[in-house]
Write a new protein. Sequence first.
Length: 323
Amino acid sequence: MTRAIRIHEHGGPEVMRLEDVDVGEPGPGEARVRHAAVGLNFIDTYHRTGLYPVSLPSGLGMEAAGVIEAVGEGVTELSPGQRVAYAAGPPGAYAEARVVAADRLVPLPDAVDDETAAAAMLKGMTVEYLIRRTHRVSAGETVLLHAAAGGVGLVACQWLKHLGATVIGTVGSDEKAELARAHGCDHPIVYTREDFAARVRELVPGGVPVVYDSVGAATFEASLDCLAPRGLMVSFGNASGKPPALEVGALAQKGSLFLTRPTLMTYVAARADLLESAAAVFDVIARGAVTIAIGQRFPLADAAEAHRALEDRATTGSTVLIP
């Protein structure tokens, strides 16, 4: 038996319950992992509310790091006692231990501790695919990044600077502006009091080649006005709600724009892609190009409080739950 956060209905943080669950033995192709740290991500709130529906009852959480306790039949790449991390479905990482598909586990290098891994896997690999594959950012480019002081944002600011890009980032307060600036954001914009689209056009009159938007409803339409002709709008989150419906012709009117709605799961569906993406994350961490800022730590039992803080935009950087 182990303890895990479960939901039996969709709703607010109050639907989350800490329960005793039977972990069981790993089956063929599986491994049982004892968690040392669990990552908190906005997608967890989408599963909780039903924005991204899950079968009920359900666990929550996509990301954790820990030690393998046992492996099932056919698992040859991994062994008990090995440190691993993962950032993949189905939800259920908010637990002291769980059984997961072995091909979703990534061995951890000694240079990356458990909390850093739990905070870095999903966010780091998200940044990796966004800036290296969805749009391969080149030195000298200027990009617009929303939520620049969030967990993904702080990783992205650092990695983008490492690539030689200029970063314009939106944030919700002066404090977050300073935090983003300290992590490589060249031009923080406090969007709660300033028209970010107008400011972007002041900084880059011709528009930026790419916008990375995890905020959604509050920023989507104005983001399109920040793009250069044939620019790419990357909508990868809904922190403020789903973006509004888009008339396809608007993309033509605004300069033959491109629009994509990518997900990490698509980009790491193949194990080779998963390992390559994780290796890139571990490499920039090991070289000091990216530092994972853990702004908050909550006991697993206080996961509901962690969700409230995240949704109230009261967090900075990454948040981890400690089983």
